[in-house]
Design a protein around this ligand. Structure first.
Ligand code: AMP
Length: 363
């Protein structure tokens, strides 16, 4: 029996471990929190900081392959391990995604269009970049931003003063894209073949993914085919293997790279029940060297993220036991209004049906 190691025991680690179990693969998870969600299902747990070199080495030694479920694993820690152990995705997709400037330069160099952007290091640089990029635009910290943290939208000069607080660290100023909708491409590559999951439409609320609708209304087969081609060319061009999620803005017939993550993605949760195979299972297959399976959508599907404020509503829906409604609660002990506590997948529901039947149950 093979064993995979997962650096990070949040909900993504939990779902990787669940799928590994179904494939008969052992899992060992490393996370600093003794009550990390993945610890409830993995075979062995290592409670240690992400930069604890001794603990990480212990994890790698016990595993046939190791993966990570979040982007901010430090290079100083990972690179020496990649040289000694089987961490097939390596450090390069993490390196490329850990800095928004590098990430966008890399996306452009490998064929994606991006919103116009400039590096900004101080107030003077911001004013210069504003002249070139123009309003409206978004100022983002280059590193460690997530779920809308570390960014500010500037619609006019009035907003500049508010945005200055971000400039204690290097930033990037991006043109604001008045997009029609957002999508993500989730791909798994074994180095030869790439499987790509059906593309859904993502809706964010307060910078956090709220809903994912698959199939994406308004997304023509031609546009989806061009996105998939761009995604696959990008993966091959960068030499990435394993899993990669790329978030795109769609405007008319064009799409723009926003960001990427070399791990399973929140917008891919729906694949667990809405697709013939899911992002976690294909990642595990890649890690243990099994052939990848081409995913097919089962039925129109809606995924609703459950933050703390909707936890009670989710529990009620779970207790009601509806057909085609799959409630995932991650077992996090402490609930906060904006913390991701679970998600619900509505298989067989279109966006209109979700709006009519379910949307009113949530805040
Ligand atoms: P990010 O952390 O870069 O993914 O940004 C979080 C969310 O903010 C995105 O999913 C978009 O909804 C919005 N956003 C970020 N950058 C832009 C942009 N350049 N134009 C329009 N909306 C943006």
């Amino acid at each position: 029996m093979k064993t995979i190691g997962i650096i990070g025991g949040g909900q993504l680690g939990l779902m990787i471990a669940e799928e590994a179990q179904k494939l008969g693969v052992h899992t060992i998870t490393l996370d600093p929190a003794p009550d990390a969600p993945a610890f409830a299902v993995c075979d062995r747990c290592i409670v240690a900081a992400y930069d604890d070199a001794v603990a990480l080495e212990q994890l790698c030694r016990q595993c046939d392959a190791v993966t990570y479920e979040f982007e901010n694993v430090p290079g100083e820690v990972l690179v020496p391990l990649v040289e000694k152990y089987n961490i097939p995705q390596g450090y390069s997709p993490l390196y490329d995604s850990q800095d928004r400037l590098r990430e966008k330069d890399n996306a452009r160099a490998h064929g994606f269009a991006t919103p116009d952007y400039r590096a900004v290091d101080d107030e003077r640089g911001l004013h210069e970049a504003l002249v070139e990029v123009g309003y409206p635009c978004v100022l983002k910290t280059r590193t460690l931003g997530y779920d809308g943290h570390g960014q500010a939208v500037l619609r006019s000069e009035v907003d500049v003063a508010n945005a200055l607080s971000l400039l204690t660290v290097p930033c990037i100023l991006e043109r604001f894209v008045d997009f029609d909708y957002e999508v993500s491409l989730v791909m798994v590559s074994d180095g030869v073949r790439i499987v790509t999951f059906p593309v859904g439409r993502n809706v964010h609320r307060d910078g956090i993914l709220d809903l994912c609708f698959v199939s994406a209304e308004g997304l023509s087969p031609d546009l989806e085919a061009r996105m998939r081609q761009a995604g696959e060319d990008f993966m091959r061009g960068c030499g990435y293997v394993g899993i990669l999620a790329v978030e795109l803005f769609v405007k008319g017939d064009s799409f723009y790279f926003n960001e990427m993550a070399p791990r399973p993605h929140n917008s891919g949760h729906w694949t667990i029940e809405g697709c013939t195979t899911n992002q976690y299972r294909e990642l595990v297959r890649f890690l243990v060297g099994e052939p990848l399976e081409e995913p097919q959508i089962v039925a129109p599907t809606v995924m609703k993220n459950i933050l703390g404020r909707d936890l009670e509503a989710a529990r009620v829906i779970e207790a009601e036991g509806h057909e085609g409604v799959y409630v995932h609660l991650y077992g996090k002990r402490e609930s906060r209004p904006r913390r991701k506590m679970g998600h619900i997948t509505f298989v067989g529901s279109t966006a209109a049906e979700f709006a009519a039947r379910w949307a009113g149950r949530f805040s």
